[in-house]
Design a protein around this ligand. Structure first.
Ligand code: AMP
Length: 426
């Protein structure tokens, strides 16, 4: 028996309704912010992720699905969405469009070779937003507001917005030196990964899951204490704007994020929903001013965020996913009725009714079970005597009333019944 690969799941029809609703809601929020969809390839040249996400990150080092294609080129299934969007922005010269600020979103599967657990898969889905073209703290804040609006609209409670600043290049350089001096005396007490990180990317030590309780972590220097004047002004403006908009947030100096391309503002939306495990991150993002330049484009600013859809699904619980059901289920009784039932179903579908019918010549009782399972508003019963009289029996599943209706009058009859039902509801 061939099973789905470890860390992947099938989204079965029972859950896909909830997925569609979540996706629909996301699309609708994007339209309110004038954020347009971009669809980039699921695989890219490996080098794209190495150069953007960063050579020393866990994502690139340990988690990528990398393969050689038939010509021996190294390809990678995308582990995140920003790199592909940035590549596309450069390749398609979106920076040269008359509208300098490009607000883009993507939604789709991502791939990371991680240890599967609740809210962590090897194929998972992200929704992400990128705002490219100008460096403005207003856009950092628009991203955060959008992210908060999304979780609020979904009714997800007990979330906190954590914010930090990594500063500009000079701030990071200053900070890096202080950080290395801080860790040096206790380096041999840290894990081997951290010892490597010390040489390659000391900021990553702050993100370590193994050493997170070591005392040297708690009193580590904080990025926000080493910002240049310019970087500090950017961060102060971000905080002031959040205050003006009355968005609650906490400045979290330990927030450094797992990917290399961030600078200035970084943020995360953290939930304390126990179903997600403690302190689970629903989504996060930040500013990445160097990224477009790093990928060979004209230097250009960007800010964005991404949410994990599986984690949102867990946090949403049973809020979404109601099934509106079918309009009509056609019930042919006996072989002779099936041909006419097919005609009626085709006519109903063409008139905009969600319709299905029985192809198995089941008993009346069996067919009524399907009427209930599909939550059909109407059952159209077509037995031998109805066939002879050229009528159907229409049963309204809400009122349980039955009427004989001429074949030519079915659509008009159903429309009247639906209108009457809606009237009744008001
Ligand atoms: P990142 O791109 O690492 O900043 O991740 C952004 C969001 O994607 C996280 O906050 C999670 O909600 C989600 N995410 C990341 N990795 C996984 C994974 N392996 N499985 C499920 N969701 C994930």
């Amino acid at each position: 028996m061939i099973k789905a690969p470890r860390g992947t799941v099938d989204i079965l029809p029972e859950q896909s309704k909830k997925w569609q609703e979540l996706e629909q809601l996301i699309r609708s929020i994007c339209s309110y912010y004038n954020v347009q969809e971009i669809r980039t390839p699921i695989f890219e040249h490996t080098e794209l992720f190495v150069r953007s996400v960063g050579e020393t990150t866990d994502v690139v080092n340990k988690e990528m699905y990398t393969f050689a294609d038939k010509k021996g080129r190294s390809m990678t299934l995308r582990p995140e969405g920003t790199a592909g969007v940035a590549r596309s922005y450069i390749e398609n010269k979106l920076y040269a469009l008359p509208e300098k600020v490009q607000k883009l979103f993507y939604m789709g599967p991502m791939f990371r070779y991680e240890r599967p657990q609740s809210g962590r898969q090897r194929q998972f889905h992200q929704f992400g937003v990128e705002m490219l073209g100008i460096e403005s703290p207003y856009l950092d804040v628009e991203c955060m507001v959008m992210a908060i609006t999304l979780v609020d609209t979904l009714g997800i409670q007990n979330v906190k917005l954590h914010v930090n600043s990594l500063g500009d290049e000079q701030s990071r350089q200053n900070y890096k030196e202080v950080l290395m001096a801080h860790f040096e005396p206790s380096l041999n007490e840290l894990c081997s990964d951290c010892q490597n990180r010390y040489a390659t990317n000391p900021l990553r030590i702050l993100d370590c899951k193994v050493d997170k309780s070591h005392p040297v972590m708690a009193n580590a220097p904080r990025t926000i204490d080493y910002l240049t004047d310019g970087a500090k002004a950017h961060f102060d403006k971000v905080c002031a704007l959040l205050d003006d908009l009355e968005i609650e947030y906490v400045v979290d100096p330990s927030l450094v994020r797992g990917l290399d391309y961030y600078n200035h503002t970084v943020f995360e939306i953290i939930s304390d929903d126990p179903r997600l495990g403690n302190g689970a991150t629903l989504g996060g993002g930040g500013r990445y001013n160097g990224l477009i330049g790093e990928l060979g484009g004209q230097d250009s600013a960007g800010v964005g965020f991404a949410f994990g859809l599986e984690r949102m699904m867990i946090a949403i619980g049973d809020e979404l996913g109601d099934d509106d059901g079918l309009d009509v289920y056609v019930m042919p009784l006996g072989e002779a009725a099936l041909d006419l039932a097919v005609q009626i179903a085709a006519m109903l579908r063409a008139n905009g009714f969600k319709t299905d019918l029985d192809y198995q010549q089941r008993s009346m009782k069996g067919q009524f079970k399907s009427v209930d399972r599909f939550n059909a508003k109407f059952a159209l019963i077509l037995g031998e005597s109805e066939l002879a009289k050229e009528v159907v029996i229409v049963k309204n599943n809400a009122t349980k009333q039955q009427s004989e209706v001429d074949l030519g009058d079915i659509v008009k009859y159903l429309e009247n019944e639906i209108a009457a039902g809606e009237h009744h509801h008001e």
